[in-house]
Design a protein around this ligand. Structure first.
Ligand SMILES: *[C@@H]1O[C@H](CO)[C@@H](O)[C@H](O)[C@H]1NC(C)=O
Ligand SMILES: *[C@@H]1O[C@H](CO)[C@@H](O)[C@H](O)[C@H]1NC(C)=O
Length: 432
């Protein structure tokens, strides 16, 4: 994969600079046909915790939620079926391989990976929004402080290393990653992938500061524009390590005593979900993108998104994002209060979050609901708890389709199957 300079991945990956945990994506909208994901605007001036929040009236003087044209009270989008569709063909665990994931504060999930012979160990973030795998290189200059906290790949001490010669250059939300492509054996989940292409970074933006994570394991499918380098999943299937080009993710909740998060390569692990899968066909070959019917609240106050929405699943996004106008209405309907300094964050009274309605994502006429426990983030700050919505608005570029991004708050509730064999994505209730 040979990304041209200037290709911008509008990653929703982790904003490590903001003191606040909320990740606000960046806007460095260089034109790129390769990545149609909405480019997002930087708003990371999250100040100290607001003591009081202004009334909704001040910020939204013209519409109450119900007056807003998008939020007309309405009946559900379609006759809704209960969540019970069964997909027996997905129970393929006999040949699938599991690897436990570590959870960094519900923001990044990562697993151990070895590269080279003998294996050099790295912790790699699981990332379904990006196809390439990269780690820092020993050739990242040692005076360059940003490379120091990380384990670095040393090609000279691997007997199976092969140079590739192509340069690597990608923009992430946290900054630019530059380096070159290399090939070596890569071991994950007990599977050894021979001659795997990966990027050695010689410049990187300190993306995983203080997280004990070194690089990224790219799990997005490769598209024509992504160059020639095969992804880890491509090679696993070609080399006969997996029967099917699919994987699934169970994401646990930090500090909840849940069992470990799990990546299952080649199928699903039925111990980690209940019931069947609700599935949707992919709408783009090189992304985990599909179409939802809409989003609404369970008290049927209104449908915030009624035309059907392009949606992606992103394991490295610590929040759920949607088009700003729709998300603002949704959060207002839920009773959230926005605040000046935190323009897209809606706060809730922590003592009342239990009584909030569910947020319902509608897929194939079926409801995937998130309870307030799923979509409200509770944090202890400056001696008190604050509660805010895990669903945030983002500005979409005018020339781009508005997209919802279902990050880890959604994936913690729904076990997710990423299936390139039949080009579908599937969701089942996670069993915590
Ligand atoms: C390791 O990489 C460096 C920089 O690309 C290169 O000069 C060197 O020849 C490589 N070592 C081996 C053993 O291939
Ligand atoms: C890996 O590369 C080596 C050297 O080119 C080659 O001999 C070997 O067959 C390759 N293995 C696979 C599985 O592609």
């Amino acid at each position: 994969m040979n990304l041209s300079p200037g290709v911008v991945l509008a990653l929703t990956l982790i904003s490590f600079y903001a003191a606040h945990a909320i990740n606000i994506p960046v806007s460095q909208a260089k034109k790129s046909e390769w990545d149609p994901k909405p480019i997002l605007k930087q708003e990371s001036n999250h100040g100290p915790l607001p003591k009081s929040v202004p009334s909704q009236k001040q910020l939204f003087p013209r519409h109450s939620p119900h007056e807003h044209p998008l939020a007309r009270p309405s009946r559900p989008l379609r006759p809704l079926r209960p969540f019970q569709r069964s997909m027996q063909d997905y129970h393929l665990n006999i040949l699938a391989k599991d690897v436990k994931l570590a959870n960094f504060q519900d923001k990044v999930y990562f697993c151990p990976v070895e590269i080279g012979t003998p294996g050099q160990k790295f912790n790699m973030a699981i990332y379904t929004g990006y196809p390439a795998t990269w780690i820092p290189s020993i050739h990242c200059p040692s005076h360059y402080a940003l490379c120091n906290p990380y384990r670095r790949f040393n090609n000279a001490s691997s007997s199976t290393y092969r140079a590739n010669g192509k340069t690597f250059d990608a923009s992430f939300e946290a900054g630019q990653v530059e380096g070159y492509w290399s090939q070596d054996n890569l071991k994950v989940a007990g599977l050894i992938v021979r001659n795997q292409s990966f990027a050695e970074a010689i410049l990187e933006p300190n993306m995983f500061k203080d997280m004990n994570i070194d690089g990224v394991l790219g799990l997005r499918p490769r598209g024509d524009a992504d160059g020639e380098e095969l992804t880890v999943m491509d090679n696993m299937v070609r080399q006969g390590l997996l029967q099917a080009p699919m994987f699934s993710l169970f994401l646990n909740r930090f500090n909840f005593g849940d069992r470990d998060s799990l990546l299952t390569l080649g199928g699903t692990n039925p111990d980690y979900y209940t019931g069947g899968f609700i599935v949707a066909p992919l709408t783009m070959p090189n992304r985990w993108r599909f179409k939802m019917d809409g989003v609404q609240t369970s008290n049927r106050d209104g449908v915030v998104s009624r035309w059907g929405c392009e949606t992606e699943v992103d394991s490295a996004s610590p929040l759920i994002y949607g088009p700003m106008e729709e998300v603002d209405i949704l959060n207002l309907m839920l009773g959230g209060k926005p605040h000046h300094g935190w323009p897209r964050t809606f706060f809730f009274d922590c003592s009342k979050v239990d009584g909030l309605p569910d947020v319902e994502f509608i897929l194939n006429g079926e409801i995937l609901s998130l309870s307030s426990k799923d979509y409200i983030i509770k944090e202890y700050r400056d001696g008190e708890f604050i509660c805010y919505s895990a669903i945030e608005g983002m500005i979409c570029r005018r020339d781009e389709t508005p997209v919802w991004i279902l990050g880890s708050p959604f994936m913690r509730a729904y076990y997710t199957l990423f299936d390139k064999q039949t080009n579908r994505i599937g969701f089942a209730k996670a069993k915590h």
